[in-house]
Design a protein around this ligand. Sequence first.
Ligand code: SF4
Length: 92
Amino acid sequence: MSEARYQVEVKESDKSLRLNEEVKKELQSSGMLDEKGRLKISGVSAKMLKRMKQEYVDCPVLNKQIPFLQCYICKNFISRIKGQVYCKGEPL
Ligand code: SF4
């Protein structure tokens, strides 16, 4: 993937990660989170969603751990293939 500056491994925490309000709003406006705060992503099973909430990346741009769901809606996100996020790596 030529436009990807970074390939970042998706890691799994042993508990669900908190999402900040900005990320929640973004997920809501994209229809991925309902009013009750439940995640809904088409084609993704409940079991997968539960796991997804525990996933994070060590973001090379923000230099900290970022919940995968936040990474997923980040403007640098290109795709996720085999547990790796392809990231454009532009300054945020
Ligand atoms: S897509 Fe965004 S959150 Fe994910 S690793 Fe790249 S800069 Fe960080």
